[in-house]
Design a protein around this ligand. Structure first.
Ligand SMILES: *Cc1c(COP(=O)(O)O)cnc(C)c1O
Length: 375
């Protein structure tokens, strides 16, 4: 069976975890600090704050951005549900806007239409690793005095106009879940250029504690900590960070290889007229976290049938990105909402296997099997 995705982990990561365990310092400590510093360097951000996953990264970002009870935050419905959930956590209201079917990212014109006096922020997702047009959203956000928060869960190593994702805004959230391009099991990171945010994020991820464990541990004097506000336990462990450091070292190599496979798919499928393939415009650089293909109405096979046939042939695929407003958790509240572009994009797209290392014969098999249903 050809899987849909697989984390690229080797003995290097295993050894890093092993060595960390034997140091006796296993939760947030020196390795988390090193991972943060290297991540900030890699993305070109001023600061990076490691947290337990991207969902907690988004939650803390909402808090430091000042999003609260009754505020509206515009985001795509067509995203992993954690995007919308993070808005709910602070008592705010997700306002779902349409996406551009060419890249599954928010449609700036529809976002503009959904701004009201209660809008506080735009939560911009770089869907499946393809950067959104950050400048267009920055202009819109500035015009209306809104916060711009980036959900870059899938976009580590992607870049926009020559700069890595993570360096454009003051709150950018990443994920290291195994389904993403690099992984620490679970894990997350927030990059920021804002010192005030940086300090508050570090406080909030660790119970609001004024002194962190490491400082207290290394101090020659007795220190008593204070808890400055109601915080959370959203720490990353040092075991995870040690794995993350190793993963970060090979990120560019992973992306080069992922892009090569995406290119192979592109070349093989571009002559199939009823398919819409991922589009990487000039100035946009995707890490190809996923390779999603859209089936236009004139395709000879429907998406679900195609998924079953692929599975029968030993190839797992996934449906396109979900729409949050149609999930049970949101369905009732958003029953009056219709987002035809998002719904169609979700229902008619299919994600193909893409991981490192992917054997040549498996790439070939995906290409040949998939193409055969369009003859
Ligand atoms: C995966 C994902 C998340 C959640 O990331 P976790 O690290 O699993 O919490 C959030 N937003 C998007 C767009 C994602 O793809």
């Amino acid at each position: 069976m050809i899987p849909i995705a697989k984390p690229y982990l080797t003995k290097k990561e295993a050894k890093a975890a092993y060595d960390t365990i034997l140091t006796g310092w296993i939760t947030q400590g020196p390795r988390v600090a090193e991972f943060e510093q290297k991540f900030a360097e890699y993305t070109g951000a001023k600061y990076a704050v490691a947290v337990s996953n991207c969902t907690t990264a988004l939650h803390l970002s909402m808090i430091v951005a000042g999003v609260g009870q009754g505020d509206e935050v515009i985001c795509p419905s067509m995203s992993y549900i954690a995007t919308a959930n993070s808005i709910k956590y602070v008592g705010a209201i997700p306002v779902f806007a349409e996406i551009d079917p060419a890249n599954y990212n928010l449609d700036v014109h529809d976002v503009a239409k959904k701004i009201t006096p209660r809008t506080r922020a735009i939560l911009l997702v770089h869907q499946i690793g393809m950067p959104a047009d950050i400048d267009a959203f920055r202009t819109l956000a500035d015009k209306h005095g809104l916060q711009l928060i980036e959900d870059a869960a899938c976009a580590v190593g992607s870049s926009y106009k020559g700069k890595k994702i993570g360096s454009h805004s003051s709150l950018v959230c990443f994920s290291f879940h195994p389904r993403k391009v690099i992984s620490t099991g679970d894990g997350g990171m927030i990059t920021t250029d804002n010192e005030e945010y940086y300090n508050r994020l570090r406080l909030l991820r660790q119970h609001g504690m004024s002194v962190n464990d490491r400082v207290r541990h290394e101090s020659a004097k007795v220190i008593f900590e204070d808890h400055l506000e109601v915080g959370y336990n959203y720490r990353l462990t040092d075991i995870q960070a040690a794995v993350g450091i190793r993963q970060l070292e090979k990120l560019d190599q992973i992306i080069t290889k992922r892009r090569r496979i995406a290119q192979r798919y592109h070349k093989a499928f571009k002559s199939i007229a009823c398919l819409q393939l991922p589009l990487e415009k000039r100035g946009y650089f995707s890490n190809y976290q996923s390779y999603s293909v859209y089936l236009r109405d004139d395709c000879p096979i429907n998406r679900n049938e195609l998924m079953q046939k692929m599975l029968d042939a030993g190839i797992s695929t996934r449906r396109g990105i979900m729409t949050s407003h149609r999930e049970t958790a949101y369905k009732k509240e958003y029953s009056g909402l219709s987002l035809p572009v998002s719904e169609k994009s979700c229902d008619r797209s299919i994600i193909l296997p893409l991981y490192i290392p992917m054997r040549e014969e498996d790439i070939q098999k995906v290409i040949e099997t998939f193409s055969s249903f369009f003859k």
